[in-house]
Ligand binder design. Structure first.
Ligand SMILES: Nc1nc2c(c(=O)[nH]1)N=C([C@H](O)[C@@H](O)CO)CN2
Length: 119
């Protein structure tokens, strides 16, 4: 199985359960691993045959910037669904980090895997 990945995609949004968090924008970081057969784009050298990481990044930026969920779990789930449904990705691993949210920890958050991982 091949992977297309996006690392440390930083996006500002409204996120959190506390009153003060509803009034500010915080920076989240996204790491994604997406299953994709890279042999076809490699053979054709054609961007149209790829899972285009720029297109995925732009779509997630658009969605996350406009969102205002309480939990990182909810946002992670919605982002994984976008990747799978709009980009035809069979399996995705998504880590959503909320840096500085907990004193003493560099970062906190969730990691989820959705879909069926190809062999
Ligand atoms: N599992 C989770 N725990 C917590 C979340 C969350 O989204 N998922 N959120 C918070 C607060 O919003 C926190 O980030 C503020 O410091 C606490 N725990």
């Amino acid at each position: 199985m091949d992977i297309v990945f996006i690392e440390d995609l930083r996006i500002d949004t409204v996120i959190g359960i506390y009153d003060w968090e509803r009034r500010v924008r915080q920076t989240l970081s996204f790491d994604l691993e997406m299953a994709f057969d890279n042999t076809r784009p490699a053979a054709s050298d054609d961007i149209a045959a790829t899972l285009n990481y720029k297109d995925v990044s732009k779509r997630l930026i658009e969605y996350v910037e406009a969102s205002s969920f309480g939990l990182v779990e909810t946002l992670a789930e919605r982002c994984a669904a976008i990747v799978r449904e709009e980009f035809g990705v069979a399996w995705v691993r998504l880590k959503l980090s909320k840096p500085g949210a907990v004193r003493g920890a560099r970062s906190v958050g969730v990691r989820i895997e959705r879909g069926v991982r190809p062999d």
